[in-house]
Structures are given as C-alpha cells and as structure tokens.
Design a protein around this ligand. Sequence first.
Ligand code: NAD
Ligand code: TDX
Length: 339
Amino acid sequence: MTILVTGGAGFIGSNFIFHMLGKYPQYRIICLDKLTYAGNLSTLSPVMDNPNFRFVKLDICDREGVYQLFEEEHPDMVVNFAAESHVDRSIENPEVFLQTNILGTQVLMDACRKYGITRYHQVSTDEVYGDLPLDRPDLLFTEETPIHTSSPYSASKAAADLLVMAYHRTYGLPVTISRCSNNYGPYHFPEKLIPLMIANALADKPLPVYGEGLNVRDWLYVEDHCKAIDLILHKGRVGEVYNIGGHNEMRNIDIVKLICKALDKPESLITYVTDRKGHDMRYAIDPTKIHTELGWLPETMFADGIQKTIRWYLDNKTWWQTIISGEYQNYYEKMYGNR
Ligand code: NAD
Ligand code: TDX
C-alpha cells in the first residue's frame, strides 16, 4: 500500500503521517508539500530516515510534477491535506486560496484518473456549512446541511468539495470527503487561535480576542481527526461525506482564559480587538454518521488534550520560536499592529 499525503509538512498532515507510519509499518507514505510559510520540513524530521517514507517538495498545482510523481510511485491512495488554511489570510488575499484549494485539487484528481487509484480522500472542513446561531444549541451540522460559505477560505474549500463529488459522478473516481471541526494539538501553526495565545501569553504579550470573544468552535484533538481519516480510508463508503467532530463546543474567550490559567498568566493580557470580517458565529458538528457507520468516537477529552497541547508548546519552544522569529513578524504586525 502506497499512500500519497499532500500538505504533510503542515499541522494535521504531519500528525497523520506519524499516525500512519506508526500504525502500518508496512505502508509506504509519500509526502508531497510545497513548503509554503505553513509547511515545515523540520516537523517531519522524526520520520525522514524511515525507509518507507519519502518527502517531495512540490506544488499540487504543478501538473507536470504531480504526474511525474504518480509515474514514479503509483500511489494506491491520495489524501489531500494541502491547502491554504487560514481564514484571516484569505480575507487579505483570496487568490492563492482559489489556486491551491480548488485548482490544486483538480490537478490531483486528474492525476488519479490518469494513473488509477483505489481512493482519493479530500480533507475538508465544517466551515463549508457556514455558521449556526448562538441561541439554537439544538442545531448541528449534518452531512445534509446545505453548503453556505462565509469567507474566501471556506468558499474555496466548498468549491473543491463540489469538484470532488463531480469527479465521482462524472468519471467514477472513488472519492471520500471528511469535514472536520477545529483541530488543536502539536505542530499547530502559531497564527491560529490556541498556539497564538500560548505563544503570546508566554511572552507576556497582549492576547488579541476578536470582537467579544463569544464565537464558538467545536474543538477536536488532532490525533482523533487522524484516526477518523484512517477509518474512512479503510472502511468508508466511496462517494460519501463524513463529518468529524467531538461535541466539544467552546467560546473563544473561555479558551483564552483557560490558557491564561494553565500558564499562570493574568487575564489582564486579554485585549479585545476589531472583529474578523464576516466572522462565523458558531460551528458544531453532528458526528452520528461516522460513529454509527464506522464506530469512530473521539478519545481525547478537551480537558486532557489542551493540557497535553500546552505541555507540547512548552517542551518544543524551538519549533515555534523559529517560525515566529522570521517573516511571521511582518504578518503579525500587519494583522494585529493597528487592530
Ligand atoms: P496548515 O496550513 O498547517 O498546512 C497546510 C500544508 O499544505 C502546509 O504544509 C503547506 O506547505 C502545504 N501547502 C499549501 N499549499 C500547497 C500547494 N499548493 N502544494 C503543496 N502543498 C501546499 O493546514 P492544516 O491546519 O494542517 O490543515 C490541513 C487541511 O485540513 C486543510 O485542507 C484544511 O482546510 C483542513 N482542515 C483544517 C482544520 C484545522 O482546524 N486546522 C479543520 C478542518 C479541516
Ligand atoms: O488572534 C486571534 N483571535 C481570535 O479571537 C485568532 C487567530 C483567532 N481568533 C478567533 C477567530 C475564531 O473565532 O478564534 C477562533 C478560531 O480562529 P482560527 O484559529 O483562525 O480558526 P478558524 O477560523 O475557526 O478556522 C480553523 O478551523 C477550521 C482552521 O484554521 C481552518 O483551516 C479550519 O477549516
């Protein structure tokens, strides 16, 4: 079994590679990654010497390069994590989101058609469903919830999902899609809420909470997401969408306060800043389908997962301090300098 994992130098993709190489030592894993600002080769250093692992620096939009890699490796399955993933960046500059998230997906699926695969899996997001109101806790996203996007990021992910389903219906490509809620855990890029707050708190810097901090996200430990994708690859039904989430809704402000408490930092660091444009209010996944069909359930409770995550950031300062010391400073100044 050879699996091509795209975007494997990023947050979830790297965790997925560690999970797969650990669980299936006989599988060959090829990681294709462009190494954008969000990709870090150092993240993959624990597996670089594994004879069943190969890293290839490549853009998923590079059709010739992707076809050549398929000719060399003939992957049985493709799991597409590669994407521009940050909502705030998509508001500043949508173009690269459409390029990578939509056209890159097309190139990968064209390669799958040309060379033949047993499964193409698209890693999607709950953001394709738009948002839910705060005063209707009974409402959850199911796989039947209409697509209704808010940001250029979520619109690009939704477009890719539609294309994946079109390739299934039109060409019979054996696809699956998973739509997961917010992940957290090791190797989460410091531009995202939880690692950003941990890094700032440790430096006694302001903790920039958008709006009033009342927006709700449904947090899932990254390992549980990886296990769900593993199950879908091996037991999921072709042509199906699976929602992944752990019934763990939290308000942003409560997460930030929890991080302050865990790091013994004062809540006075919290600074309310101008809200994100088009900010989705609440995400909440109904994971009934993946639970009843595939037996998946999250294993890590938030109370444990967040402590493990904070511990990881304390123990791996070099990883994230290297990232935030370079070009990231310009990004931070641009996004937060005058907010
Ligand atoms: P990330 O930004 O941490 O990593 C993205 C990776 O993709 C990086 O390694 C980057 O170098 C690579 N990449 C970007 N453009 C590329 C291109 N054109 N060609 C090849 N590689 C490219 O993202 P993440 O948080 O790990 O998310 C992975 C996937 O999961 C994305 O598709 C995202 O939409 C989806 N997702 C993320 C979350 C979350 O909470 N982080 C939740 C649901 C779904
Ligand atoms: O500085 C901040 N202050 C703040 O209040 C940041 C970075 C975020 N926020 C808020 C915005 C959101 O309500 O925190 C919440 C989480 O923000 P992000 O970490 O940027 O995640 P989100 O926008 O919810 O999207 C994430 O989950 C779904 C991933 O980045 C997406 O790739 C995934 O599809």
